[in-house]
Design a protein around this ligand. Structure first.
Ligand code: HEC
Ligand code: HEC
Length: 443
């Protein structure tokens, strides 16, 4: 654009002397308003960020057509008084299932009761009140007057938590922090009608319940509905830990097994896991041997008439890339040991070979075979590239609950380090291991 204007201006200048004020540069500036173009970029960034935040927190992508209309989950949440069945979901049960309350959205009268410590945790009326104000993180209830008519879910359900400032599970919202208390399986199992899941998997409802019960808090299986594999060969649940959705900018591949970019995965989850209504294309899922459920259901070829997903992907992507990894509290690690640990990380312990600072993942195709990292290949083989992706390590301190590695097989950072020490024959001393653990806690 700019070249054209300048050429045109020079041409003009050559033909006909312009008035003194109309220098070629002036004309170029007038016609190619770079400042306002720059401003339009800044404005767009701001808009994408704000819209992306709203989507991350509140967009249900039409998933209420599944969770509410089909599974009828809203009926047990609402209770008889609000158009459902039974007593409804009490705050006590909701919090015990790991659900979180965003205090910023609690209506002030109820907020005072919570602050005063007199909230009745056994009254489902309070849950309904919170839901009407979208104050239960990630749960989007739809009301017609006082009747709950459906319920959908949002990304924040699994990928946000609260700072517990006003009691366990009640506080300010922390976007991107994985909710390692959330028992997704138990929540889904509350639904009166699990047939749609059973039919998709080609099993009976009792089996679906057994699988949902097997996940446990902080875990979810994002591949079950495409490959039907609920248990590992050793009989343990095939679910993985809910990962962080912060510190993702600069990281090429996402999920524990590197399914694709952030926006690939967002489309995958919104359509195939949250059961939102939208377009999704992935012919890799046509592989009937590896993904029998998806191949049968044509999961990789979703193109409904209405699309509640695609229009949200750009801003949602942008927002996630903007979420920085949280900084660990100063007193949560020993600074002197962390400095020693840093030298080990980059030197003798060879961690930086894969976890390249400051991203702590390789720029490029950051994928490794199971043998390379010394574990079994069960989860890797459930993905297209059959490898594990190097996990970015910043903000480890907020996701210690549930353990480390995709399935939480290592309970502590010390266990992770012991594993690498054995597998890579690093010959680390106990002091060196402690230093390395302190460095990891400082990231
Ligand atoms: C029911 C819980 C749940 C919901 C809802 C959910 N996710 Fe996830 N998310 C997971 C789990 C579990 C994984 C790990 C999947 C894997 O590795 O196979 C994951 C992985 C991710 C990752 C990859 C992180 C990394 O380390 O690369 C991103 C990004 C992400 N989710 C974003 C989202 C967004 C955006 C939404 C909403 C569209 C969403 N998720 C909805 C549970 C959930
Ligand atoms: C060959 C590449 C490679 C090397 C070398 C390596 N890692 Fe890893 N790291 C990975 C991969 C891949 C994963 C993901 C494993 C999984 O989730 O099952 C991982 C996961 C981790 C995790 C778990 C993160 C989480 O949130 O679950 C920690 C902690 C970690 N590595 C620390 C280290 C340390 C410390 C070293 C050096 C002693 C090291 N890594 C060396 C590739 C590597």
């Amino acid at each position: 654009m700019k070249t054209t204007f300048v050429t045109a201006a020079v041409f003009l200048f050559a033909c006909k002397s312009p008035a003194p004020a109309e220098t070629p540069q002036n004309i170029a500036v007038k016609q190619a308003p770079e400042e306002s173009y720059q401003k339009s970029i800044d404005d767009s960034a701001k808009k994408m960020l704000e819209r992306g935040r709203d989507i991350f927190r509140d967009e249900s992508f039409g998933s209420e057509q599944f969770w509410g209309d089909k599974l009828r989950l809203h009926e047990v949440i609402a209770g008889e008084k609000h158009g459902g069945t039974g007593q409804g979901l009490t705050p006590r049960t909701a919090l015990a299932l790991g659900l979180r309350v965003d205090f910023g959205r609690v209506p002030s009268a109820l907020g005072d009761v919570i602050k005063g410590g007199t909230l009745s945790f056994d009254d489902a009326e309070n849950t309904n009140n919170l839901l009407k104000h979208d104050a239960v993180v990630g749960v989007k209830a739809f009301y017609e007057g006082d009747r709950m008519v459906s319920v959908g879910i949002t990304c924040a359900l699994c990928h946000s938590t609260t700072d517990d400032n006003f009691g366990k599970g009640i506080g300010r919202r922390l976007d991107g922090w994985p909710n390692r208390d959330l028992d997704v399986g138990k929540i889904v199992a509350l639904a009166p009608n699990l047939k749609p899941i059973a039919e998709l998997l080609g099993v009976d409802v009792a089996t679906v319940k057994k699988v949902l019960e097997s996940w446990g808090p902080g875990k979810y299986d994002a591949e079950l509905l495409i490959d039907g594999k609920a248990f590992r060969p050793d009989g343990k649940s095939a679910a993985t830990l809910i990962p962080a959705a912060f510190g993702l900018a600069g990281v090429n591949l996402h999920t524990y097994t590197g399914w694709g970019t952030v926006t690939y995965w967002n489309a995958y989850v919104a359509n195939t896991q949250m059961h939102g209504v939208g377009t999704f294309f992935d012919p890799r899922l046509d592989d009937a041997k590896k993904f029998p459920v998806a191949a049968r259901a044509k999961t990789g070829h979703a193109r409904p008439k209405v699309d509640h997903v695609t229009e949200n992907l750009a801003a949602l992507h942008f927002y996630q890339l903007a979420i920085p990894p949280p900084k660990p509290p100063d007193d949560s690690y020993d600074k002197r040991l962390a400095a020693q640990g840093q030298a080990l990380f980059n030197g003798k312990a060879t961690c930086a070979r894969c976890h390249v600072p400051p991203l702590f993942v390789e720029p490029g195709w950051s994928m490794h075979t199971a043998e390379e990292i010394g574990i079994d290949d069960f989860q890797a083989r459930r993905s297209p590239d059959e490898r594990y992706r190097t996990t970015p390590l910043r903000g480890l301190f907020v996701r210690a609950k549930g353990g480390f590695y995709h399935d939480g097989r290592f309970a502590t950072l010390g266990d992770v380090i012991d594993h690498y020490d054995r597998h890579f024959k690093l010959g680390l001393t106990e002091n060196e291991k402690t230093a390395l653990a302190n460095y990891l806690r400082s990231l």
